[in-house]
Design a protein around this ligand. Structure first.
Ligand code: 7GP
Length: 791
């Protein structure tokens, strides 16, 4: 390996060892690893083709993959070899693997789920492609300027992305706009604007390197590189106009997740990557099989939320306009290929596009949507409309064109049936199914938490990594003193490492024996970072009032980005930073309470924070968090959860046991009832002197003396339209936090509860989730088991 690295350094990067930078060493190592992936990757592709396996196509606007190097190393089983080789070359191994930029091609949960699914599909040996967009700029970088969020462009592609293979030969022309002509019965779309989608392939090899799939990301290029005539005239701007316009499509990730998003460019991005993906898989099918009617036997297309919902009309368009199928047959055939995952009930995140915009950008698709709508209404009179109030409703479109629709946790699926798709569920009672989310144990325990990983492997061997339910065997160790001590030791070493990092990056010294209480996720009102902060201020007050009490020392850690246009979320960030500044400077609570908010939370930062957490904050308003996946990562790494009965928290609590989970707050149905009570938030504030005091301090500018009015908007919101019931759940949350304080004082007992969490989380592996999709939705299987069956 050492020689291979030197060879790559020299012949692929053109450097010799004396002149190589950390980045050069990292690239050379990555290229050596990539070589090792290629054989299994190509071999897998060939096996899928030979066996005519059904392939899964996971269409997602986002793949939040983060860094890949450590995944690649450990999936290939090369941890020791890579370290030895790099050290033998006199280089710092950790520095080299940490040099890789974090590929942030997603916003949050939806994108990270897609990345975990790619890992599980490869580990299970299910032939699959992930299809998405190769954004030039991923999620913006966050910094704080006087406590307020500032955004700057992310630039991961300013250096070569070593894992990918550019495929200049994989190109599809994607049209926009124009008109539709008719010749006899046959429609032809004449777009007036074209871009080329070019594929870039990243191999995704599963655990132990037995199977490799492809993540194919599309980049938009102009059809003609530039206009020579304008160039010769000296009009350089005009000469590169078409190039600039085309490239705009894959230029940047939209930084909104569960917030509103209605821009024309976004619709173009959605169509761009969906159409390229559908054309790509159709070409593959026609080459391999040739019978268009056999498509559903070979193709399972999963739509990750409604972003690729245009896949339905696009598939129908190709079947009807290019392959000559009748409309009704085309719709049925397309439906048998398609399935749709819903990731949120928040009305503002359910996509709708004005019909006028649609007509301008995708005129033929709008006609087809009308046909789909008409077919649905003819078969099921009174069915909810896809076209409504002048909008195209992408949720209804995705539902109607899918043979299965799934929610992402038991509670969420139940609410999908009862709320957003109640009527469609009545009409199609078997279409909605549940697939509770999961996380890959490779990255979220084996990779990010070596201390705990090694302890578990000492006990169980290493087969748990691809069979996570084996962790249940650790339950027997809950009263084993020496094991519990080792478990505590692993957590403590992670906390020490995190403290060092926080001290370097935030300049705040932490006590590793304090309770590390962590809330990391997008900043959103429904996730209630604000409630966590109000509780922090209340605790600070009480510590100051009663300094002699035996307080449990706490470190409150926040991390997360706010969508740039989401004003309230940005105010929450500002308030957290304001409170942190005052509290951290207070000698009266020194050593007892600290607040840190490291900027630019991303996957890499999560990998640092999660293994070091004692308490996991999962405190969304019940009924609002579809599932959550961070909640699973924390529990797996031995943090206790403080949480509401929301999303997958419900199932986590069932698995780890209610005695090992700090539950508080209103239930989803109580939330609905409470909202109907007139003046509910004022009533809640009135009933809580503790909360009143905190709100009063913030209102008076206690934390923003230079601008005492700064947080009036937030306080006013809590009094008058506290849609997410921060005020109603505050007392119950505060009391539960104090209960956690008491439990934490008995560190042995805490550790044994934490162990029960780790030991009970096997079910939350994304391997289990993917097996569920394969069984209930895709009817897809690993070729290995398919062969075994036929034998
Ligand atoms: C998220 C949900 O908010 C989260 O609860 C869930 O765990 C995750 O998807 C994966 O299923 N939703 C998004 O990230 C999102 O962007 C809008 O939803 C479409």
């Amino acid at each position: 390996m050492k020689n291979d690295i030197l060879k790559r350094l020299r012949y692929s990067l053109g450097k010799d060892a004396g002149a190589a930078s950390v980045q050069d060493w990292r690239m050379a190592l990555s290229l050596v690893l990539r070589d090792q992936l290629v054989d299994v990757w190509l071999d897998s592709a060939r096996r899928a083709e030979v066996n005519a396996s059904k392939r899964v196509y996971y269409l997602s606007m986002e793949f939040l993959i983060g860094r890949l190097i450590e995944d690649m190393i450990s999936n290939l089983g090369l941890d020791a070899a890579a370290r030895d080789a790099v050290e033998a070359l006199g280089q710092d191994y950790d520095m080299i693997v940490h040099d890789e930029p974090d590929a942030a091609l997603g916003n949050g949960g939806l994108g990270r789920l897609a990345a975990c699914f790619m890992d599980s599909l490869a580990t299970l040996g299910i032939p699959a492609f992930g299809y998405g967009i190769r954004y030039e700029h991923g999620l913006f970088e966050q910094s704080f300027v006087d406590g307020a969020q500032a955004e700057s462009p992310e630039t991961w592609l300013s250096q070569r992305h070593v894992w990918e293979f550019e495929r200049p030969e994989v190109q599809h022309r994607i049209g926009f706009g124009g008109h539709v002509s008719r010749d006899g019965g046959r429609a032809t779309w004449h777009p007036d604007n074209m871009v080329v989608a070019t594929g870039y392939d990243t191999p995704v090899v599963g655990w132990q390197g037995e199977w490799g799939n492809t993540l194919r990301l599309w980049s938009a290029k102009p059809v003609n590189p530039f206009d020579l005539e304008s160039f010769n005239r000296g009009d350089y701007l005009a000469a590169s106009r078409s190039e600039a316009l085309a490239r705009t499509i894959s230029r940047v990730l939209y930084p909104d997740d569960t917030t509103e998003n209605g821009k024309e460019l976004r619709l173009k991005q959605e169509y761009f990557f969906t159409a390229a993906s559908i054309m790509d898989l159709m070409c593959r099918h026609m080459e391999e099989d040739g019978d268009i009617r056999a498509l559903p036997e070979h193709v399972a297309i999963q739509l990750n939320d409604t972003h690729p919902a245009i896949a339905g009309p696009e598939l129908v368009r190709l079947l009807v306009d290019d392959h000559g199928l009748a409309m009704a047959e085309a719709i049925t055939l397309a439906r048998r290929c398609l399935a749709y995952t819903n990731h949120t009930l928040l009305p503002e995140a359910l996509e709708r596009w004005p019909e006028g915009l649609f007509a301008r950008v995708l005129p033929r698709h709008l006609e087809i949507i009308r046909e789909i709508e008409a077919a649905q209404q003819a078969e099921f009179p009174g069915s909810p409309h896809i076209l409504e109030h002048g909008d195209v409703c992408m949720g209804e479109l995705a539902f109607v064109m899918a043979h299965k629709v799934n929610g992402v946790s038991a509670l969420h699926t139940d609410l999908v049936k009862k709320t957003v798709f109640a009527e469609l569920h009545r009409i199609h009672p078997t279409r909605i199914v549940n697939q509770t989310n999961g996380i890959t144990p490779r990255r979220w325990l084996h990779g990010c938490n070596p201390a705990l990983r090694d302890l578990i492997t000492q006990q169980l061997g290493d087969t748990w990594v691809s069979d996570l339910e084996q962790l249940a065997a650790l339950k027997a160790k809950r009263s084993d003193t020496s094991f519990i001590q080792a478990f505590q030791q692993a957590k403590r070493s992670n906390k020490v490492a995190l403290s060092n990092w926080i001290s370097e990056t935030c300049g705040v010294a932490l006590d590793p024996d304090a309770m590390f209480d962590v809330q990391i996720k997008r900043i959103h009102e429904y996730k209630r970072q604000l409630m966590n902060l109000l509780e922090t201020v209340a605790l600070w007050n009480e510590m100051r009032d009663d300094p002699d009490r035996d307080w449990t020392p706490r470190v409150k850690i926040f991390g997360g980005k706010a969508a740039p246009g989401y004003v309230l979320a940005k105010q929450i960030i500002h308030l957290i930073n304001d409170v942190a500044r005052v509290v951290n400077a207070d000698p009266a609570t020194k050593g007892r309470l600290r607040i840190v908010f490291p900027p630019n939370y991303n996957v890499t930062m999560a990998e640092r924070l999660i293994p070091a957490a004692d308490l996991s904050e999962q405190i969304s308003t019940a009924g609002k968090e579809a599932s959550g996946t961070g909640n699973m990562k924390f529990a797996l790494n031995g943090a206790l959860t403080i949480g509401t009965l929301d999303g997958a928290n419900v199932e986590i609590r069932d698995h780890v046991g209610s005695e090992n989970f700090f539950l508080f707050g209103l239930t989803a149905s109580e939330v609905v009832d409470r909202r109907h009570q007139h003046g509910f938030s004022r009533a809640a504030i009135e009933a809580s002197p503790r909360l009143q005091r905190v709100l009063g301090q913030i209102f008076e500018g206690r934390f923003s003396p230079e601008d005492p009015h700064r947080h009036h908007g937030l306080i006013g919101m809590l009094y008058d339209h506290d849609h997410f019931l921060v005020t109603c759940d505050f007392d119950s949350y505060y009391d539960t936090q104090r209960r956690a304080d008491v439990v934490f004082q008995n560190s042995r007992n805490w550790a044994s509860m934490a162990l029960m969490n780790t030991a009970s989380m096997g079910w939350f592996s994304s391997d289990r989730t993917i097996q569920g999709y394969a069984r209930d939705i895709w009817q897809a299987d690993a070729p290995r088991s398919a062969l075994e069956r036929s034998a």
